[in-house]
Design a protein around this ligand. Sequence first.
Ligand code: ZN
Length: 236
Amino acid sequence: MTARPTVVPHVTTWSGEKPVRLRELTVRPDGKGLGYRHEQPGDRDAHGVLWVRLGGEPGTGRPTYRVMHSERQRRTMLDLRCQICAGPASRTAQGWLFLVAHTEQQIAEAGGTEDMLTMQPPLCLPCADTAVRQCPRLTEQYTAVRSRKPVLYGAWGSLYRPDPHGRLAELGDGTVLPYSDPAVRWLLAAQLVRELRRTTVIPLPTELPPTPPTPVLRQPAAAPGIPVPRRPAGRA
Ligand SMILES: [Zn+2]
């Protein structure tokens, strides 16, 4: 049974945060990719790829746990910060900590962890502990992976192309493209993708901090000059 979530991850989208209408979307003046009619600083990443715009503020409406907010996902993934608390992600000699929602066997059958693509930003150890107990995606099965070299790969989003009349047609939602692919200029990006290299599968529980002991009520310390009363000898 899944524990009731006690925390809303930093990357979670809220129902009040909705995509800005796509009629702003157009073909770039040079005809070589997507653009907004009125582009603003921050619409494109360092690779020149256009990103979806979201309105609203975090905390408005209800959290939509299964959808990551594109800007917060991108920032945490870019800076390798924890996707739940936005603090520094766990990093050891074996690399940064990522959680994958598959068993080790499923991952092995799919080719192993090396060069695996992920849109899930890393985590710190306390938040990884919370995630595997509360996140429905992970409570059934998960594998903890450390990557010494999680390289920026590309982006996930909706792919567009102009039709013969010059109007934009959506070719497919949920497309992953590497930054090295010229077609990425036609992608409206919504998530940043990293490729995990130099990976090690780790037993997460052995890395977690020990559970704090249950507080024990102690006998109050004696105030100066006043002895703590002793039980009468011979009585339990
Ligand atoms: Zn954290």
